[in-house]
Design a protein around this ligand. Structure first.
Ligand code: TUI
Length: 309
């Protein structure tokens, strides 16, 4: 299945694995890249040295291209931005901010720049700043989200920029892949289904919560202070939303979520942890290898789209 994304990155399938904090380490990234997609190491809130080590470990497991996602709210973002140059990473995706100030440095190093955006305005700004492609992420996604749905955002971003667009948010199977292609996207990014992959280091409790989730089991916290985060409903989200309704301050609310993602991913704390997941979690039925996931999605998509893709 050829698109401008497979050509740009020299990968078999235009299918990215989301660079999820704590979850997307070198095991997951290498497995996805080995299966023909683009694996992405999620730097999340980690220090630059951790990211360097992760990149080196991924290179020992695959000689195929993989990326690093830099979450721009990370206080160490600048150091990570330099580290990906030194470690000769081929693709960088960014989230939760504007990466324009790093664009010249990355371009000079030959790194492909693919920012995640949640609006047309940001997509245009990123194209002007030198992005090679754009990931348009809808509000169906897990984690930190924007307001527009994938269905509405993707075609509007496709019309607004010349660079290729990758659709994210609400995609977990071949139907979602095919639908994204119909909206004009030249690739997709998938997060939630890969959290439950065999190669994912997420705790079994977290994987099982995703596998058990139904369509309406996610909740968005943080709307009141402008940092909406989607995660599966549990005691933590109930308490958060109750406090938010009562007008709790940002600092009070932060106490509930501080370290909550780590609690979910590493400790398997499904009560107080932040079980970030997208609205498509209801479609994830079992733990499978990355290769099985990718081949299943691509076979289904090819059947729907036809041979040319
Ligand atoms: O970044 C994400 N998703 C994330 S980051 C994350 S880590 C976290 N943990 C706890 C609380 C909050 C975050 C979990 N999930 N997705 C990519 C994304 N980026 N979605 C939306 C945006 C975005 C938002 C604003 C991109 C650019 C932007 O620009 C703002 C500006 O600077 O103008």
């Amino acid at each position: 299945m050829k698109t401008r994304i497979t050509e740009l990155l020299r990968i078999r399938y235009p299918l990215f694995q989301g660079g999820m904090a704590w979850v997307a380490d070198y095991h997951l990234a290498a497995a996805v890249s080995e299966a023909g997609g683009l694996g992405i190491i999620g730097a999340g809130g980690a220090p630059a040295q951790f990211v360097r080590e992760q990149v080196r470990l991924a290179k020992e497991m695959t000689d195929k291209p993989f990326g690093v996602n830099i979450m721009l709210m990370n206080p160490d973002a600048e150091e990570i931005a330099k580290a990906v140059v030194q470690e000769q990473v081929s693709v960088v995706t960014t989230g939760a901010g504007n990466p324009a100030k790093y664009a010249a440095m990355w371009k000079e190093a030959g790194i492909k720049i693919i920012p995640v955006v949640a609006s047309v305005a940001m997509a245009k700004m990123m194209e002007r700043a030198g992005a090679d492609a754009i990931i348009a992420e809808g509000t169906e996604s897990g984690g930190h989200i924007g307001a527009s749905t994938t269905m509405t955002l993707v075609p509007q971003v496709v019309d607004a920029v010349h660079i290729p667009v990758i659709a994210a948010g609400g995609i977990a199977d071949g139907r979602g892949f095919a639908a994204a292609r119909m909206l004009g996207a030249e690739g997709v990014q998938i997060g939630t289904r890969f959290v439950a992959a065999e190669e994912s280091i997420a705790h079994e409790n977290y994987k099982n919560k995703i596998i058990a989730a139904k369509d309406i089991d996610s909740e968005v916290t943080g709307m009141s202070h402008g940092h909406p985060v989607r995660q599966l409903r549990n005691a933590m989200t109930r308490e958060y939303l109750k406090m938010e309704k009562e007008g709790a301050s940002f600092d009070e609310l932060e106490k509930l979520t501080l370290g909550a993602l780590r609690k979910a991913v590493v400790e398997g704390d499904i009560v107080n942890g932040s079980l970030m997941a997208g609205q498509i979690a209801g479609l994830v039925k079992r733990e499978q290898s990355c290769k099985e996931i990718i081949e299943e999605i691509m076979a289904q998509a090819k059947g729907l789209i036809g041979g040319k893709g």
